[in-house]
Design a protein around this ligand. Structure first.
Ligand code: FE2
Length: 198
């Protein structure tokens, strides 16, 4: 599956989302991401790509679309803070290398925000981490612990513009910081190989 077909699948899934259960949406996104991330041509592209920074977000579809398909490049040792996804449904996989994912459940007690680690997963080509609005399926961190670069693919059924990061405060609780989602590079579907893929 090439990038154009992946974007079309996300677009179609979004337009049909009203008739689908969240799990059916995840199943469709996962199936498409499995085909996309196990394509040798797409993997070769990610391995050869020279990102502009140690953590680089490349938007693959149009910024005007109501959904997002994002390629993220992680230098060795790079990780994200714990963050939510503005309650969107989505899915994450990898084209190159692998990243560790830790999901968190969140509980607000008065002013304090408490997070509990609920699962660990290794995101790799053909291995999909779902994102759902439910507590314990929405917050996560990702980190590339390997000594080589990783490239991950993120599909968000609803485009994320603002989301929250969770920062540890003394005493074991967290505070939230609202943040804008930015992109370092834009491809609008042109950068990646298109046409029948291996
Ligand atoms: Fe994320």
């Amino acid at each position: 599956m090439d990038v154009t077909a992946l974007i079309e699948t996300v677009s179609r899934t979004k337009s049909q989302a009203g008739e689908l259960t969240p799990q059916q949406i995840i199943d469709r996104l996962s199936h498409a991401l499995t085909e996309f991330t196990t394509s040798a041509r797409n993997q070769d592209f990610a391995a050869a790509y020279q990102p502009s920074g140690n953590y680089t977000r490349l938007l693959l579809n149009s910024p005007d679309d109501p959904y997002q398909v994002v390629l993220v490049f992680w230098a060795p040792g790079m990780g994200s803070p714990i963050h939510d996804h503005a309650d969107t449904i989505g899915a994450v996989s990898a084209l190159a290398g692998e990243t560790k994912e830790i999901k968190y459940g969140v509980r607000t007690v008065g002013e304090a925000v408490e997070l509990t680690e609920v699962s660990k997963f290794t995101i790799a080509p053909g291995r999909i981490a779902p994102i759902l609005p439910e507590n314990d399926q929405q917050l996560h961190l990702m980190v590339n612990e390997a000594p080589h670069w990783a490239a991950t693919v993120h599909v968000y059924l609803t485009a994320i513009h603002r989301y929250r990061q969770y920062e540890a405060v003394p005493g074991g609780a967290f505070r939230t910081a609202e943040t804008s989602l930015w992109f370092d590079e834009y491809a609008v579907g042109r950068t990646m190989p298109t046409g029948a893929s291996s």
